[in-house]
Design a protein around this ligand. Structure first.
Ligand SMILES: NC(=O)C1=CN([C@@H]2O[C@H](COP(=O)(O)OP(=O)(O)OC[C@H]3O[C@@H](n4cnc5c(N)ncnc54)[C@H](OP(=O)(O)O)[C@@H]3O)[C@@H](O)[C@H]2O)C=CC1
Ligand SMILES: O=C1O[C@H](COP(=O)(O)O)[C@@H](O)[C@H](O)[C@H]1O
Length: 487
């Protein structure tokens, strides 16, 4: 067990990429600024681009100016930049790892290796680190989602990881598990009898979960075109949210008990075999607020064709008594109308309310759980109109249970900041287990197979919309419609 006062180095593979430059380096910088990271010595940044350290630092500086609120060229930045070393190296040639010999000399300190590249490169990193004995007992490795591209691929990566590192050295990260609003789902469900008592098929008609992004693929063609939205967002972030909404009450608040229940949901997800249960799309160009938005295909300078999906919506059932016949509608896409992650729970209309004149058959109380960009939980209720003595012309009101204000003080930690500190302290509660990943791939594989055998279902949608028409039809067939309200 490492002592907390030991010095540590960060090694980032994929240091010129989107995640490293927009999220990881800002995370380390912010933790230093908040005085949470006094002990780190070096940040070793690795990628193929032929930068020297000075050039790399100036790229990061420009990035910080754009992405960090109130960023200044001050003493904190000057101390931070002194820790950065850039090393140009092609991971695929494992002999190149010899270049790290002069940099990674200290065997008695914590080393954090961050795998921030596409999953096909993970095995090269493991082999390279092992070949030159950088797989010290005190190293920790952080692996980004998606780990692998299928169940088989995951098993292969897992075997190679375990040949280089022990189980307890491996941290499988999903930054959605570090988001405050997502950590709030279980307390909402299990600490409030009002919700707890109504959380089942007897009272719930259906549930919608949306993760929509306004951005496109942000110069990430090489990564994204091989991966697609199903593996980028559905296999991991969206499934975690679904599991937290659907799990049975865990025996205790021990994270292992919670994981057990999550796996039970993954095992009971009905396998998708029917094209009528899915909608797959790719964005096309558009002009939004006088700005030209490129189509997905134009993001690629080579102008080649691609069937990679940037949108998926689907309808799924969970085969447990609690969720008998309750459809879950899931969707996630890039270049949609708004950035928003939310869950909407539609309660059943058991009593016949038709005598309330202005309430149509779509009348439902629904609970909306906004996870981001703001965290807010509210319910729609219907009340009598003040001006009217009769029960017609009812008014729709919102009762808000939770409304998180944006906090920018030193105590507030972003998702990655929280997870980084957990790694440094050797805590694994907020990380993903190997079993969760295995069962998620088992459910995802048939969806990918269904799509790759039926590329003709790919439908185009204009950037800035809510996705392809088939996504609307998916719900219309069940006399339902997507809730597209945003806050
Ligand atoms: N972007 C995001 O917001 C998030 C991304 N992630 C995950 O992070 C991982 C990386 O994604 P992202 O940063 O977006 O992808 P990018 O395509 O932006 O970055 C990939 C990085 O890998 C490097 N790279 C590629 N091939 C090699 C090679 N052979 N040797 C050395 N370096 C190489 C690239 O640098 P170079 O070309 O210079 O070699 C680049 O630094 C993915 O697993 C993704 O799922 C997770 C959460 C959020
Ligand atoms: O993992 C990923 O997540 C981001 C979205 O993260 P968020 O915290 O901004 O919701 C997504 O853009 C990226 O494609 C994906 O790899």
């Amino acid at each position: 067990m490492l002592k907390n006062n030991i010095l540590y180095d960060f090694v980032i593979f994929g240091a010129t990429g989107d995640l490293a430059t927009k999220k990881l380096l800002p995370t380390i910088y912010m933790l230093e600024k908040k005085k949470k990271l006094k002990k780190n010595k070096k940040i070793i940044a690795i990628a193929r681009t032929n930068f020297n350290t000075i050039q790399y630092i100036s790229k990061i500086y420009e990035n910080f100016k754009k992405n960090i609120k109130n960023f200044k060229n001050d003493i904190i930045w000057n101390n931070f930049k002194k820790k950065i070393y850039y090393c140009s190296l092609d991971i695929q040639n494992i002999d190149n790892f010899i270049q790290l010999k002069n940099i990674l000399k200290f065997k008695n300190q914590l080393i954090i290796y961050y795998f921030c590249v596409m999953p096909s490169l993970y095995v090269f990193i493991c082999k390279g680190l092992k070949k030159f004995q950088f797989n010290y007992h005190n190293a920790r490795i952080i692996i980004e989602k998606p780990i692998g591209t299928s169940y088989e691929d995951y098993k292969n990566i897992k075997n190679i990881l375990l040949k280089s590192f022990k189980k307890d050295q491996i941290y499988r990260i999903d930054h959605y598990l570090g988001k405050n609003s997502i950590l709030n789902i279980l307390p909402l469900r299990f600490s409030n009898i009002f919700f707890f008592n109504n959380w089942c098929s007897q009272f719930i008609d259906h549930i919608q979960i949306t993760i929509s992004e306004k951005i496109g693929i942000e110069n990430r063609w090489n990564y994204f075109d091989k991966i697609g939205q199903i593996k980028d967002m559905l296999q991991n972030h969206l499934l975690h949210i679904l599991c937290l909404i659907a799990i049975e009450p865990p025996k205790s608040l021990n994270f292992l008990e919670i994981k057990k229940e999550k796996i039970n949901i993954l095992k009971n997800l009905q396998i998708i075999t029917d094209l009528n249960s899915i909608s797959i799309g790719q964005y096309t160009k558009n002009i939004i607020s006088e700005k030209k938005i490129k189509s997905y295909l134009e993001e690629n300078n080579l102008k080649k064709n691609s069937f990679t999906e940037t949108f998926i919506a689907l309808k799924v059932f969970i085969n447990t008594p609690r969720w008998k016949n309750v459809p879950f509608y899931l969707r996630t896409g890039k270049r949609l109308s708004k950035k928003c992650t939310k869950i909407v729970i539609f309660y059943k209309n058991i009593y016949n309310f038709s005598h309330f004149s202005n309430i149509n058959e779509n009348f439902n109380n629904c609970l909306t759980i906004y996870l981001q960009p703001k965290s807010k939980i509210f319910m729609n209720f219907y009340f009598k109109n003040k001006e009217n003595n009769f029960f017609n012309n009812l008014k729709k009101n919102q009762i808000t249970f939770y409304n998180e204000k944006k906090i920018y003080n030193n105590n507030f930690l972003s998702d990655y900041e929280k997870l980084f500190l957990e790694i440094i302290h050797g805590k694994k509660d907020l990380f993903v287990t190997s079993k969760e990943i295995e069962f998620s791939w088992k459910w995802i594989d048939p969806i990918i197979q269904l799509y790759t055998q039926n590329y003709n279902i790919l439908e185009y949608y204009p950037a800035g919309s809510w996705g392809p028409t088939s996504s609307e039809i998916l719900l219309k067939k069940d006399q339902k419609q997507w809730n597209n309200e945003t806050i």
